[in-house]
Design a protein around this ligand. Sequence first.
Ligand code: IFM
Length: 453
Amino acid sequence: MTFSKDFIWGAATASYQIEGAAFEDGKGLSVWDRFSHTPGKVFMGHTGDVACDHYHLMEQDLDMIKSLGIKNYRFSISWPRILPEGVGKRNEKGIDFYNKLIDGLLNRGIRPMMTLFHWDYPLELHKRGSWENSDSPHWFLEFASLCAKQFGDRVKDFIPLNEPACFIGMGHASGEHAPGLKLPLPASIAMGHHALKSNGLALAMLRQSVPGVHLGYAPNANPVMPFTNTPEDIQAARKAYFRVSDNPASWYWSASWWSDPVMLGHYPQDGLKLYERYLPKGWEKDMPLIHQKLDYYGQNIYHGQYVKAADNSLGYEVVPHPRGIGQTASGWPITPECLYWGPRFLYERYKTPILITENGLANQDTPSLDGKVYDPGRENYVNRHLLALKKAQADGTEIAGYLYWSLMDNFEWAQGYAHRFGMVYVDYESLQRIPKESAWWYKRVMETNGENL
Ligand code: IFM
């Protein structure tokens, strides 16, 4: 068995990580513009001011995407680039930029897949209380409606939110990401609910106003994998994967908290027991809106954790990774089976085709003397993860597609430019792009629909 005929092969990026032009052509500021300029927040004081300068090098990037055989390109919209204050007055130059990008993709036979929000929240709305404000879902709807109106005649794939666990949790609870807040539990839980409501409003509007639309979601949570294939360990892993964390400092790393409401129409029971009292008043009446039908259910998956069944109150225990396990440059363990068990458990629970909206590895890539960039580690990582995904498909999990993160090296948030996730090397001084050897290998994988794996 192989991947389906209409398998979505491609690569992904996000606006603040690649665009640059942070202060140009009428763009408003985002929380990341301010955070990255706050001393001590980002590795070596790096900022996204220029990033890959994709804003100016877009045409050349489009040619590159085409030459790499990428047929599906997931990118995000910088909200303050098209609505500088988040709502109200629109910025035509920002809208033009995305129109050119979309037309450039379509002219080259590449399907645009639009993420509406990948973390660069308008600073002006942040000052008005951001996701904590009960008006925030309506601000998001205004932004989403503008995207539907301006781009929905040509873009048919929309993913309103990327990784709410990160932009709510890391942005507003642990403070590692912009806007760098460490808010108490009631505030961050309420924010999460408003983010889910925003997602629901946007999905409902897009379904109604964009003919032929395909809708998705891109949350993240590291899969939990069974240490052995016994039914007991498999059940233990399933249970651990969907358990809501009772640690108030890390509640947001819970797969089911962010997905059950969207996919099943309710918060997970164990989560409600712990956190219901912090949800905003009247939250129950938002649930039918939050619950929306998706055409593919996305997950960003990079690595997982093994557990085995145990005779304790949880019913499982964590199995430490083997000594010497391979790690990426960002220190993440390499666990290819996460693309088997993650999709399998998610499909069982949500019964919607799984789209891997991100998967990839950070490496310390450098050009060799011959000018090429050899990254066999990336090839090996992707190969092994795709084999696991293929096995999941063979065992009955419906897989819609796979998008490599990332098309090109870029600004890796609080790690600045320290980690290179791209299949294309970017020299941040000259802005030269060099497709790495993995990009040519991946081209062959896509051409053969994974037959050569
Ligand atoms: O770079 C990020 C991306 O923005 C969101 N998902 C994880 C990637 C790697 O950390």
